[in-house]
Design a protein around this ligand. Structure first.
Ligand code: ZN
Length: 498
């Protein structure tokens, strides 16, 4: 029986997440259906609701309610989880003075505008002073929040609670040792795919219907979610009962929408799989960005780019898209697994993608602790890029100016993308162990057993376990790059014949 103090505490917690959910719906609408002239009133609506959420989170009354529940020291795991995670959020929020938060908002607004122009004109020097200022402020944030080893940890903690840069570095170093030779072997392999065939015409309406069918087969509940169109695809979850996915369609490139939908549906299944009984509290919230990304990558790559998956779906695709009627299953599977070092992260394949992340993690960690100076970024970027991918960006626009993150003051976020890939491979390996006929079932179009396994082992636990504990519990091993590397090797060796 929950105590009165706990109930009072939880009702405050739920108010904060209700405000956040309102914010999310407004943002979703802004990206999908809002008419252009709605931008101005929408900005006012968003500012107000974000202010309400922040005010509730930093309210001293919440601090007192939290302290009261902490004094009761209830060992119940649900209570303990909610208290632990709210303490983390509350402390992070109250440690940052309002003036600092406002100064960051002003700085990143200018930095973003400067970045857009600098990227367009290929002039890193114009963006450099803004990045300098952003770094200064983020270092202050790290000092206010506190850390044990290095300031980067305090920044990364916002996205991957409990992760330490030094541990991530060790994992990434090991990954790099395995990955760089694999990329070379694929590049020099005798057999190469024909990605050109993927550009055959595919009517948008048919793409939408096919994508929805796959999402539904994966177990996405369209009574508790939607799929719409936006410029930048995303998944926004306000409750397990209302999850919004978006995608974009390209008439001459079917894979963009298809794998995009599988990716966002992976995120969406996580949101729908959270326990509704704990909605609005940490027990009903996803663990971290890395774990979230593991769910999207697992479905997009480990399932969606597998031969088993297409054994069932390729004949269905051919029936809907006559342009692919003369393509063999082998050529299709090979084409969707094209690996080619390229400059732009968001266009990278699953093999080279993590190398893009390793580079960013290394540079931003050095920038935060001052080992690397801002004006040295272009050179450091290009040198590292050459070492990792065997290419040197011809311009900063296709090099260090390509991502929006730093201009928005988002540092410590990049590693979560790569962690997601590593977690995905570990989880998938564990799922195959637990469900020995998993591949055969996928090959018959039965995707539900995998969703059930993910729900049971990952989704329904909310934030009960931190990412590293969850991985240990679910897979019996700590975070490791090896399952990911072995997955790649076992798939790409036979495909490319090396
Ligand atoms: Zn994602």
């Amino acid at each position: 029986m929950p105590s009165a103090a706990y109930e009072a505490f939880i009702s405050r917690v739920k108010e904060i997440s209700t405000a956040r959910a309102i914010e999310s719906v407004l943002e979703w609408d802004q990206e999908t259906y809002m008419p252009p002239r709605g931008a101005e009133p929408r900005a006012a609506q968003l500012a107000l609701i974000a202010g309400v959420a922040h005010q509730r989170l930093t309210d001293e009354a919440l601090g007192r309610a939290l302290a009261a529940v902490e004094r009761e020291a209830d060992p119940d795991p649900v209570v303990a989880t909610n208290v632990r995670e709210m303490r983390r959020l509350y402390d992070r929020a109250v440690k940052l003075p309002t003036e600092l938060v406002q100064e960051i908002a002003r700085t990143v607004a200018l930095a973003k505008t400067a970045w857009v122009r600098a990227r367009k004109e290929n002039r890193f020097a114009d963006f450099a002073p803004h990045l300098e200022r952003v770094l200064e402020l983020k270092r202050t944030v790290a000092e206010k929040i506190g850390y044990t080893t290095e300031p980067y940890d305090a920044l990364m903690d916002e996205f991957e609670p409990g992760a330490r840069a030094a541990d991530v570095q060790r994992t990434f170093d090991e990954l790099k040792r395995q990955l760089v030779p694999l990329v070379r072997a694929i590049r020099d392999a005798p057999r190469q795919p024909n990605p050109q065939l993927l550009t055959r015409p595919a009517p948008v309406a048919a793409q939408a219907a096919f994508g929805r069918r796959v999402a539904a087969d994966m177990g996405f509940d369209f009574e508790a979610g939607r799929l719409d169109v936006s410029v930048h695809p995303f998944c926004s979850g306000t409750s397990p009962l209302d999850v919004r996915l978006t995608t974009r369609y390209d008439e001459n490139y079917l894979p963009a929408s298809l794998f995009g939908i599988m990716h966002e549906t992976g995120h969406g299944l996580y949101e729908q799989g959270l326990d509704p009984a704990h909605a609005g509290t940490p027990m009903g919230t996803s663990v971290s960005l890395g774990i979230h990304e593991s769910q999207s990558r697992l479905w997009e790559n480990l399932v969606g780019r597998s031969r088993s998956f297409w054994a069932h779906y390729f004949p269905l695709l051919q029936a809907e898209f006559p342009a692919f009627a003369d393509v063999s299953l082998e050529d299709w599977t090979f084409a969707i697994n094209t690996v080619r070092p390229s400059y732009i992260r968001v266009e990278a394949d699953e093999v080279t993608y993590n190398l893009h992340i390793l580079l960013r993690f290394d540079l931003e960690r050095q920038l935060v602790d001052g080992r690397l100076r801002v004006q040295e970024v272009p050179e450091a970027w290009n040198e590292s890029f050459q070492g990792l991918l065997g290419l040197t960006p011809r311009t900063d626009t296709e090099g260090c100016l390509q991502d929006i993150h730093w201009s928005m003051g988002i540092l410590g976020y990049f590693p979560t993308y790569a962690l997601g890939n590593l977690y995905a491979a570990q989880f998938f390996r564990a799922a195959r162990r637990a469900l020995p006929d998993l591949e055969q079932r996928i090959a018959r179009g039965e995707l539900r057993p995998l969703r059930e396994w993910l729900r049971e082992n990952i989704h329904r636990h909310g934030q009960r376990y931190r990412a590293h504990e969850l991985v240990q519990r679910v897979t019996g091993e700590a975070l490791s790059p090896t399952p990911f590397f072995e997955y790649l090797r076992d798939k790409y060796q036979p495909l490319y014949g090396f």
